[in-house]
Design a protein around this ligand. Structure first.
Ligand code: PLP
Length: 411
């Protein structure tokens, strides 16, 4: 019986010239010279634009597209996206400042996240952005600050739904959660917002992340819109927007296949068409981080030494988990699996070998590729980790072992 090993989805977003990967029209070897040192992250501007265009093409025309910038907060990336999307979702005051500096207008910025401090709330209120309220305590603090400052904070309720996004990489709603206000408490909170005379904007319902299953996303969209409609029908104030979250996934691991965006988009179009007559003045928003930027980015490091230990080949590189925790398998993965990895200056060579790629950290966790089939590499060659434009540097413990941080470039 023939057993087929699951393969990585082909990484075709970057062209290859003379066996060298090309990023933003520049061969990787030249880009490395331009950057001046390795390791670095490179993000391709055109690929980000293309991805936004494809979302616009497949999603219903009346839906607003937001970028959740915690996926990649590099200021140049946020600046680029500020001109392409309808709003930016931030998760801290630091991110808020980047979005404001990029020229995004405050009414198109929303701030979600538990544990907002009084000072963070005060900054956000002074900026005039929308606060996605995560708890009843937070709501009272906002009301106090409104009273103290004379400003008129805009609030939306982050709802912890009574369902989960099935087959999701990270669940962010359903059951008991630190995020949002339980759906059954929302009617009382709506009344409280009315009594406090706060500017009510709408509802935010985000159930999960990294999902590749069309039927799970469709089910979540349907339940999210049902819940939104039900809460809007009892709201004493008009619901100006409903943010239905995001959660679109990308293929990382062997066996993962890309999301069928056209199926998701067509279904969402039908759902919105059905709900629109009942909520004619409500704007619908979708917020995506990973899906917009992940596939446009690579992490690049160089082989320092080729080491053989009891017949197993180790490519010891200058890059590691301190720069790219997710690729090492330590950012939310239950079972470690390899990201798509290649030798960037030796693409599609026939001479291959099974090798592991490790970093310079003194821990066995510092593993970037575990026994993968790679082009035969030598010291100086460039190791590329694909699908690294989201939750890469921003999600990594750069201080661990006190090596220097990597550069980041948008090309
Ligand atoms: C993290 C986050 C997102 C983005 O999730 P992705 O999987 O990167 O698309 C969106 N909304 C909220 C509230 C988040 O916390």
């Amino acid at each position: 019986m023939k057993t087929t090993h699951p393969q990585h989805a082909p990484m075709t977003q970057f062209p290859v010239q003379d066996h060298c990967l090309v990023i933003g029209d520049m061969p990787l070897t030249r880009l490395a010279q331009r950057v001046g040192s390795t390791p670095f992250y490179a993000y391709d501007r055109q690929l980000i634009t293309t991805r936004v265009n494809s979302l616009r093409q497949h999603l219903p025309p009346n839906i607003h597209l937001h970028y959740a910038m915690k996926a990649n907060p590099m200021p140049a990336v946020v600046q680029h996206l500020a001109n392409l999307v309808d709003g930016i979702d931030v998760a801290s005051v630091g991110e808020m400042q980047v979005a404001l500096n990029a020229g995004v207008s405050p009414e198109n910025i929303s701030f979600a996240g538990p544990g907002k401090s009084r000072q963070e709330l005060a900054c956000a209120i002074a900026a005039g952005i929308i606060l996605n309220v995560e708890s009843e305590t937070e709501l009272e603090q906002i009301a106090e600050l409104a009273h103290a400052t004379g400003f008129h904070p805009k609030v939306a309720i982050r709802v912890n739904p009574d369902f989960e996004l099935k087959a999701s990489g990270m669940k962010m709603g359903g059951g008991s959660k630190q995020f949002g206000i339980d759906a059954e408490r929302v009617p009382a909170v709506l009344n409280r917002i009315a009594a406090l005379k706060l500017a009510f904007e709408g509802l935010h319902i985000f159930s999960g992340s990294q999902n590749l299953k069309v039927d799970a996303i469709q089910e979540a969209h349907e339940k999210t819109l049902q819940l939104g409609l039900q809460l809007a029908s009892i709201s004493p104030m008009p619901v100006r927007h409903i943010n239905i979250g995001g959660g679109f996934g990308i293929p990382y691991f062997p066996g993962d296949t890309p999301l069928d965006l056209s199926a998701v988009g067509a279904n969402l179009g039908q759902l919105l068409m059905a709900i629109k007559p009942r909520l004619p003045d409500t704007r619908f928003v979708i917020e995506l981080g990973r899906y917009i930027v992940a596939e446009a980015g690579i992490y690049v490091c160089q082989v320092l030494e080729k080491k053989i230990s009891r017949e197993q080949i180790f490519l010891v590189t200058n890059g590691g988990l301190h720069h790219h925790l997710a690729a090492s398998g330590n950012f939310g993965q239950v079972i470690r699996k390899n990201y798509p990895v290649a030798v960037g200056n030796k693409m599609h060579l026939t001479e291959t070998e099974i090798a592991s790629v490790v970093g310079p950290l003194c821990t066995p966790l510092d593993l970037l590729a575990d026994r993968m089939k790679l082009s035969k590499a030598e010291p100086g060659d460039f190791i590329v980790i694909f699908q690294s434009g989201a939750y890469g540097l921003t999600a990594s413990p750069t201080s661990f072992l006190s090596h220097p941080p990597p550069m980041e470039v948008l090309v």
